[in-house]
Ligand binder design. Structure first.
Ligand code: OXD
Ligand code: MN
Length: 586
C-alpha cells in the first residue's frame, strides 16, 4: 500500500462506527470501478436512476425527499464556545449541548446500512491552498456527488500524513426527519455534523460547510480568505488573461457571469472568457503581494431551471455527461428537462416528485431549486489554470446585487478599505410589489450572510486587516445589472454584455482608463463603455450610471439600521466610511 491511514482518522471512524452502528464500513478509494459498483447498487434500490447512456453518457437521476429540497438556514448552526464569536447572523448553541442532542439522533441511525468513508481534498493535493477532509455518510448519492464536486482518492491520506489536520464531516440521512434536521459546524474542532437531510447543499460537506463556513475561520486564523465568489478569466485579443472574482447573492446571474460568452462582435475581435470557478474562491496573498485565487471545488452544483442554450450554453454543455440531476423532470427516453432549458416541455414525463406531469397544469415540472452536479472539466470554457496549484492572480473584485434604482451599473471603490465597506453593504431587492418601485432590500454582505463561520463584524475586520498582507491589491467595484426604467423594464441587457462593464473594471485595475469621482467612488465616463452592438444608447447608459441622492439618503439610513446589529464589534473604519458617504451625498 502506497499510503497509510493515520490513527487520528481510524480512531475517529471507529468512534463514529460504534455510535452510528452501520452494518459495514466501506472505504472509498476514488476509483471508477468502485464508483460504478456503488451506482449499480443505488440503481437497484432506486436511490439513483440510470439515464439514457447514448444521449447522457455516465449521467444519473436522483430525487431528494419532498421535505428536503434546499439548504435549511434555520437549522444551520455555528457551535463555538462563546456565542459572541458566532455573531448575530448565525444560529448558535453551546457545543456540548449540541453534541448531546446530536449523539441521541446519531445513536444507531446507520443500523442496516453501510457507512462510507470519503477522503477528499478541497484544492489540488499538495498545493499551498489545499485542505483535506474526510466525510462519513450513509448515502451513495453523497459518495458519487462528492466524487464530482471534490477531489476524492487515497492520495488525500498522503496529503494528511501523520497529522490530525483534516476536517471531519459526519453525515447521516437518518430518518430524513425535518424536525431533527441539523447542519452543525464546530469551527474550534474542524468538525461538521449533518443529519436528517439528503439534499446536496446540506450534505455535500466539502462545499458550503467546509469551503466557506469552516474555511472562513481557518482563513482568519491563517491570513487568507474563503469567499463566496466566482473566478473569471478575461482574455483580450492580444492573448493576455486578467482575472476577476465576483460575489453576488442568489438569483443575480453568478453562474452566467462565471461562464460568460462575449458579445459576438467581441468574439470576432478575439475576446475570450474562461471559467476558473462558479461559486467559491480561496484567496491568498502571493509572494508578489498580489491576491491569488483557487477554486477549491472540482465540479458545479448548479441550479437547473433557467439554464438554457440561450442563457448559459456552457453550463448546459457541462451537464451532457457524467452528471447527476436532482429533482428535475424525467423524460421517458431517460433524458431530463427543466423550466428554461428550452421552450418544449415534454408532455409524457414525470415531475420532480415522480408524478406524471402535464405542462399545461401551471405547476413547474422541475423543483425551482433542482440541480445539476457536473464535473468542471466538462465546461467548454473551463480555464487552463483550473488545476494550477498556484491559482490565478486577481486584478479586481466585483460585488453586486439586484437593485432596481439605487446602485449604478458600476462604480469603483476609492481604496481597499472603502471596498470592504462596499462589500459590507451589499444587498438585493426582493421582488418589488409594483412595477418600477423599489423592493425591500435584503442585506447580504459579500454574499456571505449564510456562509460566514464566525461573527460578521470580525469577518469585516479580517477583510480590513488583509490589506497589510496584500501590497498590490485588486481594485474593488460594485456592479448592478438590474437597473430598471419607470415601467420596470431592465435598462441593461446583461448576460454576455456584462463583459463591457467587466472590461472597464479590468482597465481601471491596470490604470488604463480615467474615471470621474462621484459620491459613491469612481464611475466610468459613458464614452469608455463600449456599447457597439449592445442595443443600449448613450442616454440610457447615462441613466444606468446616474445616482439619486434621495435614494442614497434612504440607503444610508438602511445601512445604519443594519450595522446597528453588530454593536461595538463593527469596525470603526466601516462606521467612518458610512459617515463619509452620508456627507458626500449631502
Ligand atoms: C449555492 C448557494 O447553492 O449559494 O451555491 O445557495
Ligand atoms: Mn453559492
Amino acid at each position: 500500500m502506497a499510503y497509510s491511514i493515520n490513527h487520528h482518522i481510524t480512531d475517529w471512524v471507529e468512534k463514529c462506527r460504534a455510535l452510528l452502528q452501520p452494518d459495514q464500513v466501506v472505504w472509498i478509494d476514488g476509483s471508477e470501478a468502485q464508483l460504478e459498483q456503488l451506482r449499480n447498487e443505488a440503481f437497484l434500490t432506486g436511490e439513483l436512476i440510470r439515464l439514457n447512456e447514448e444521449k447522457l453518457p455516465g449521467c444519473v437521476y436522483h430525487r431528494s425527499a419532498l421535505n428536503d429540497v434546499a439548504r435549511v438556514e434555520a437549522r444551520t448552526f455555528i457551535c463555538c464556545e462563546k456565542q459572541e464569536d458566532a455573531g448575530p447572523t448565525n444560529n448558535w448553541m453551546a457545543p456540548a449541548e449540541m453534541k448531546a442532542k446530536l449523539r441521541d439522533i446519531y445513536d444507531g441511525c446507520m443500523k442496516g446500512r453501510t457507512m462510507y468513508v470519503i477522503p477528499y481534498a478541497m484544492g489540488i493535493v499538495g498545493s499551498p491552498f489545499a485542505k483535506y477532509g474526510i466525510e462519513l455518510t450513509d448515502s451513495i448519492y453523497v459518495v458519487v456527488s462528492m466524487a464530482i464536486m471534490t477531489r476524492v482518492g487515497t492520495e488525500i491520506y498522503k496529503g494528511i500524513g501523520e497529522s490530525a489536520d483534516f476536517i471531519k464531516g459526519l453525515h447521516s440521512k437518518a430518518e430524513l426527519d425535518a424536525e431533527k434536521r441539523y447542519i452543525v459546524h464546530f469551527p474550534e474542532e474542524n468538525y461538521i455534523m449533518s443529519v436528517n437531510s439528503g439534499y446536496g447543499g446540506n450534505v455535500l460537506l466539502g462545499k458550503k460547510c467546509f469551503a466557506l463556513r469552516i474555511a472562513s475561520v481557518l482563513g482568519r486564523n491563517e491570513g487568507w480568505m474563503a469567499e463566496h465568489m466566482l473566478i473569471l478569466g478575461v482574455e483580450n485579443p492580444q492573448g493576455e488573461v486578467r482575472y476577476v472574482c465576483g460575489a453576488f447573492p442568489s438569483a443575480c446571474g453568478k453562474t452566467n457571469l462565471a461562464m460568460l460568452i462575449p458579445p459576438q462582435a467581441w468574439r470576432e475581435k478575439g475576446w475570450k472568457c474562461w471559467c476558473v470557478g462558479d461559486d467559491i474562491a480561496w484567496l491568498r496573498p502571493g509572494p508578489d503581494g498580489r491576491l491569488w485565487a483557487v477554486n477549491p471545488e472540482n465540479g458545479f452544483f448548479g441550479v437547473a431551471p433557467g439554464t438554457g442554450a440561450k442563457t448559459n450554453p456552457n453550463a448546459l454543455e457541462a451537464t451532457k455527461k457524467n452528471t447527476i440531476f436532482t429533482n428535475v423532470v424525467l423524460k421517458p427516453d431517460g433524458t431530463v428537462w427543466w423550466e428554461g432549458m428550452d421552450k418544449n416541455p415534454p408532455t409524457d414525463a414525470l415531475n420532480w416528485k415522480g408524478e406524471p406531469w402535464d405542462p399545461a397544469s401551471g405547476e413547474p415540472g422541475a423543483h425551482p431549486n433542482s440541480r445539476f452536479t457536473a464535473p468542471a472539466v466538462n465546461c467548454p470554457c473551463i480555464s487552463d489554470k483550473f488545476n494550477d496549484p498556484q491559482g490565478v492572480p486577481i486584478s479586481a473584485i466585483v460585488f453586486g446585487g439586484r437593485r432596481a434604482k439605487t446602485a449604478p451599473l458600476v462604480y469603483q471603490s476609492r481604496d481597499w478599505g472603502h471596498g470592504v465597506f462596499v462589500g459590507s453593504i451589499m444587498g438585493s431587492e426582493k421582488t418589488a410589489a409594483a412595477e418600477g418601485t423599489v423592493g425591500e432590500t435584503r442585506r447580504d454582505p459579500m454574499a456571505m450572510l449564510p456562509f460566514c463561520g464566525y461573527h460578521m463584524a470580525d469577518y469585516w475586520q479580517h477583510w480590513l486587516d488583509m490589506e497589510k498582507l496584500i501590497t498590490n491589491p485588486p481594485i474593488i467595484c460594485n456592479v448592478n445589472w438590474f437597473r430598471t426604467d419607470d415601467e420596470g423594464h431592465f435598462l441593461w441587457p446583461g448576460f454576455g454584455d456584462n463583459l463591457r462593464v467587466i472590461e472597464w473594471v479590468l482597465r481601471r485595475a491596470f490604470g488604463e482608463v480615467d474615471a470621474r469621482e462621484t459620491a459613491l467612488g469612481y464611475e466610468p465616463y459613458a464614452k469608455d463603455i463600449d456599447l457597439e452592438g449592445s442595443g443600449v444608447d448613450e442616454a440610457t447608459l447615462e441613466e444606468l450610471l446616474s445616482v439619486d441622492p434621495e435614494l442614497w439618503r434612504q440607503e444610508v439610513a438602511g445601512i445604519r439600521e443594519f450595522y446597528a446589529k453588530f454593536g461595538d464589534k463593527l469596525p470603526q473604519r466601516l462606521r467612518d466610511e458610512l459617515d463619509a458617504l452620508e456627507k458626500r451625498i449631502g
